[in-house]
Design a protein around this ligand. Structure first.
Ligand SMILES: [Zn+2]
Length: 414
């Protein structure tokens, strides 16, 4: 066995082994022992070196690789092309109007560059949303694992049936590469007729955009607002609109749709107290994409209330059409800045939630030769750091510096 021992001023073991929402304590003057990327031991340098021999010394913070639980790799070529600031319904309108201007090959090239950007940002596992499955290959080639949520939608039952059939055929000719699973998923409560939305949610694990903007509540209340106009414009019948007593998209997804622990609820910006209680009870993982929310709607998710309610959390970047980079650390840095009462140590576990995207081996340096989680080094360049969590968000993450990969992640959790 050829062990590689690496020591550093700080080692972060990642997700807490018993309390997954929290971070395991940082180890000052720590070390890791690796066997081809698998973690043999993590702990204080002295103890590790006594057992496994002297290691190489890095001036860095060592940590497990990260998770970007919500992105759309296939939209990477739309970077900087869709103006934000006027809210979600307006943004969707601009997006739909801009997308057909794509040149041949442009989307594919942009995806390869974006997958490389994910790696530089320390990402091992993704929750990628795709309509075309064109993201599968660039993700797999970059060594990323996790889930591609194959989005199906349709305002009328008829349109949904056709969309779904085409999606099924696409899955037939594009099998999932090693390390990635493909799950059929709804888009949002405002883009799919209620019958098909509910059957999708009840069918099993998946992801849904939820409560991203107050217009969703308006739509669920009486079928009106900007999304109601969209329905009318697209010729959907009254009966196919989703209406919920009290008008909450969260109530629609949880109480009627059966949102559960195997689902991702993405965004969750517009939440009242009842929504928070329902989310906590149903056990779905809420994926926060704060930079995208700020860009599109100048809104932020209610992070302190989500934490207080005990809702399981993860972080995502969303696509480059609404976010300047694919670095989950930069989204956590934005949350740290906007909610200074929430510590960096409380935020980092959001980027270590591999289990939420079907990659439970990612996000923790677990000793005992489990599948390789991916090990990163964030160079310190001589800086003396008191709080490595804070350093990662407020110094390293803000400047969007690239990580050094010390060992790659395994593709499969087995
Ligand atoms: Zn999205």
């Amino acid at each position: 066995v050829t062990l590689r021992v690496i020591s550093a001023p700080w080692v972060l073991p990642g997700r807490h082994p018993e309390r997954p929402g929290e971070a395991a304590p940082a180890i000052a003057d720590g070390a890791v022992a690796l066997d081809e990327g698998k973690v043999v031991a993590v702990g204080p340098r002295e103890a590790i070196e006594r057992r496994h021999g002297p290691g190489e010394r890095l001036d860095a913070v060592l940590l497990p690789a990260l998770v970007d639980a919500h992105l759309h790799l296939e939209l990477s070529h739309m970077k900087g092309r869709v103006a934000g600031g006027a809210g979600l319904p307006t943004w969707i309108g601009l997006f739909v109007a801009t997308r057909p201007g794509t040149r041949p090959g442009e989307a594919e090239q942009a995806m390869v560059a974006a997958a490389a950007e994910l790696r530089a940002a320390g990402v091992a596992a993704v929750g990628d949303v795709s309509n075309t499955l064109a993201s599968l290959e660039p993700l797999a080639r970059a060594g990323l694992c996790g889930t591609v949520y194959h989005e199906v939608l349709g305002f009328t039952r008829d349109r949904f049936a056709r969309y779904r059939e085409a999606a099924r055929a696409e899955r037939g000719v594009r099998p999932a590469p090693r390390g990635l699973r493909v799950l059929e998923s709804p888009h949002a409560v405002y883009s799919t007729n209620r019958e098909d939305l509910w059957s999708l949610l009840r069918a099993g694990p998946g992801s849904i955009h939820l409560a991203e903007h107050p217009a969703e509540r308006e739509f669920c209340r009486d079928g009106g607002g900007p999304f109601g106009h969209m329905y009318s414009a697209l010729g959907a019948a009254e009966i196919e609109r989703l209406r919920v007593q009290g008008g909450s998209p969260v109530v629609a997804a949880v109480e009627v749709g059966g949102l559960g622990p195997h689902h991702l609820a993405v965004h969750c910006v517009d939440l009242d107290d009842r929504d928070l209680e329902l989310l906590a009870r149903c056990g779905a993982t809420v994926v926060l994409c704060p930079r995208s929310n700020q860009y599109i709607s100048q809104l932020l998710p209610p992070l302190p209330r989500l934490l207080a309610a005990g809702v399981p959390l993860a972080v995502g970047t969303d696509s480059l059409a609404s976010c300047p980079s694919l670095a989950p650390l930069a989204d956590l840095a934005a949350l740290r800045r906007e909610f200074p009462e929430i510590s960096a140590a409380r935020l980092l576990p959001l980027a270590w939630n591999g289990a939420a995207v079907g990659a439970p081996h990612v996000g923790r340096l677990a000793p005992g030769l489990g599948p390789a989680p991916g090990v990163l080094a964030a160079p310190l360049d001589g800086a003396r750091v008191e709080d490595p969590f804070e350093h990662l968000l407020s110094a390293f993450g803000v400047r969007a510096r690239p990580f050094t990969w010390l060992a790659p992640n395994a593709l499969e959790p087995r």
